[in-house]
Design a protein around this ligand. Structure first.
Ligand code: HEC
Ligand code: HEC
Length: 306
């Protein structure tokens, strides 16, 4: 009861002052073109995996939502992971990387999958000598004085990922002043997104990706994944996950850290019940879905390598 009252007060205060909580993403980020090109080559290269079977792009499909549309991902030798692959699109705008935020930025993140035993299962001390025998050697040398190192591989990948942004979504155009860019129903949805309290957590440039929060505030969820608790071992972090971005959300099913929900409609209903302690009418959900559809941005040009 007290929780509900507190939430209602916060939500009312916020909805009065929440217009600035979501910002459009920039149309372009400055990148070092040589590093980004090298990073792109690495992103598509299966040689980064121990048996040459898997590249970053195998789990982060760039012609679609930047994820793999599976509940959890499969790495080398068919090894099954435990978490849903988030999109790489707009990841650069997130305040931390991974569902539990264990990497502080893209560069720190990029080292993870290469040595993760259920993903690419390689080891830098074997991978680097292999890459030295390829045309990567002169390419790295031309950019990085110390040549091919784990740090430089991650640096190039991270630079490339800065190009993986999806600007100019109808909602971004709306925020920039084009009031006709989204439908009347989507406008109702945006208002509900604020007044119901979704924006308490899904805010910032990515409409998410700016904080952690608990999955299951009003309804106990029986999760096996402890989320941030596994990183910090602090009781208050149990079942806390990075609030995911809602950009391009209609392209990145299935949903949640374990990918258990295939329907976006049901994911919204779950959020309403678990995070806000309220049921939603069909019309409210329809409007929120119409709003969420306005978050699809433009994919970068020339996604696939030449
Ligand atoms: C086998 C599938 C697989 C491969 C290969 C893979 N990823 Fe991922 N990626 C995932 C999964 C699953 C997660 C979420 C893991 C977690 O949160 O614990 C993830 C998370 C990420 C994130 C964090 C996004 C966010 O919102 O937190 C980025 C960025 C990323 N991967 C980039 C890469 C890059 C770069 C490579 C290649 C070096 C790569 N991935 C290879 C499956 C994969
Ligand atoms: C108290 C914080 C909080 C509130 C309020 C909240 N969410 Fe979430 N949302 C989260 C967290 C945390 C997750 C990730 C949960 C997980 O996978 O464990 C999430 C996940 C989602 C997802 C799935 C995203 C994906 O990539 O898997 C959708 C869709 C979503 N929220 C929409 C909404 C909508 C719509 C509302 C309002 C009705 C809302 N959320 C309210 C914190 C919140």
């Amino acid at each position: 009861m007290i929780r509900t009252l507190m939430l209602l007060c916060i939500v009312t205060a916020l909805s009065l002052a929440s217009d600035h909580l979501i910002a459009p993403i920039p149309n372009h980020l400055d990148v070092d073109p040589h590093k980004a090109e090298l990073g792109k080559k690495l992103f598509f290269d299966t040689r980064l995996s121990v048996d040459n079977s898997i590249a970053c792009v195998s789990c982060h499909h760039l012609t679609e939502g930047g994820d793999d549309n599976l509940p959890v991902s499969f790495g080398v030798h068919g090894h099954k992971g435990t978490r849903n692959a988030p999109t790489v699109y707009n990841a650069v705008f997130d305040f931390r990387q991974f569902w539990d935020g264990r990497a502080k930025d893209l560069q720190e993140q990029a080292r993870g999958p290469i040595e993760n035993p259920v993903e690419m299962a390689h080891h830098f001390d074997r991978l680097i000598p292999l890459l030295q025998t390829t045309d990567y050697a002169p390419r790295f040398q031309a950019i990085y004085p110390d040549g091919i190192t784990p740090t430089n591989i991650a640096n190039a990948l991270a630079e490339y990922e800065k190009t993986l942004i999806t600007p100019n979504a109808p909602f971004d155009r709306y925020l920039r002043g084009d009031k006709e860019a989204i439908s009347p129903q989507a406008k109702v949805g945006y208002t509900l997104f604020k007044t119901k309290g979704c924006i308490l957590c899904h805010q910032g440039m990515n409409i998410g990706g700016s904080m952690y929060n608990k999955f299951g505030i009003f309804v106990e969820s029986n999760l096996t994944d402890m989320g941030r608790f596994a990183v910090t071992h602090k009781e208050r972090d149990r079942f806390f996950f990075k609030v995911p971005s809602l950009r391009n959300i209609d392209k990145t099913a299935p949903y949640f850290h374990d990918g258990h929900e295939t329907s976006l409609r049901k994911a919204v209903l779950t959020m309403s019940e678990y995070q806000l302690g309220r049921k939603m009418t069909q019309a409210d959900v329809d409007a929120i879905l119409a709003f969420l559809h306005t978050l699809d941005g433009q994919l970068p040009e020339g996604i696939m390598p030449q």
